[in-house]
Ligand binder design. Sequence first.
Ligand SMILES: Nc1ncnc2c1ncn2[C@@H]1O[C@H](COP(=O)(O)OP(=O)(O)O)[C@@H](O)[C@H]1O
Ligand SMILES: CC(=O)N[C@@H](CCC(=O)OP(=O)(O)O)C(=O)O
Length: 269
Amino acid sequence: MTVENHKGGGLFVMKCGGSTLAALPDSFFDDLRELQRSGAQPVIVHGGGPAISGNLEKLGIESSFVNGLRVTTEEVLDVVEMTLAGSINKAIVRRIQGSGGQALGLSGVDGRLITARLVANSSEVGLVGEVTGVNAEIVRGVLAMGYIPVIAPIGVDAGGQRYNINADTAAGAVASFTGSPQMIVVTDVPGIMRTLDGRKTVLPSVTVGQIEDLIENGEIYGGMIPKVRAAIDCIQGNVSEVVIVDGKEPRVLSRVLQGEELGTRIIRS
Ligand SMILES: Nc1ncnc2c1ncn2[C@@H]1O[C@H](COP(=O)(O)OP(=O)(O)O)[C@@H](O)[C@H]1O
Ligand SMILES: CC(=O)N[C@@H](CCC(=O)OP(=O)(O)O)C(=O)O
């Protein structure tokens, strides 16, 4: 079975950040429904960092971050899974269905959709995973049934151990393994910004090679770092660009897919 690219934009992976999920207007989901109807094949990978932090706080469980990754114990992982694969995943599915689209929620554990192993610095961050594989057949099968796969970034290994995976990293891996030509990162800022002559401007495009300099000089920091690193990792093979956009921009998905200059495009060179 192959995933074909259609006039409506074909296969694309979209990552929705926890920073923006609640703020996404109904028109965002109307646009998604229209894309699906016109033959596009969207695949959604979502985050939910702020909601996880809120639930941990309510439960009185301490958590911290090392280089943007949540320090994850089994106790923290219970809350991560409950929040991502539970409330957040289902809220997105309900919003898509509410606008007339069709969606099916999954976590990376289901059908071993996302396999993972411990990250190299697990002595610092605990049960955080790096992706070893994505079962693209499941993604294709769900798309072929006419549903948008909505994926929570929890990974699993052969022994059944779960891992907390940064959502940008998981989305990049899903894009690579499904051979999606594009990954669209929907967040709460209009793209990668930089201060020029005292004014903040959005960079219309950056190359993989320019990114390390922007991190080095502090212009890319915090939550933007995993996005650009995921972009560097996935821009190869079929994935030719990663676009970072603000989800509140009207008809943002269809405009990006039509090639409009919006947000920041990260390209090979
Ligand atoms: N150069 C940059 N341009 C834009 N945003 C940046 C930049 N560097 C860091 N950021 C930060 O990255 C944030 C987006 O990451 P994050 O909050 O993790 O979002 P999400 O929940 O969508 O993954 C922005 O709100 C901003 O504070
Ligand atoms: C390992 C790690 O840090 N995992 C993230 C997973 C959620 C996520 O990435 O959500 P956003 O996209 O909203 O940031 C976390 O626990 O917060």
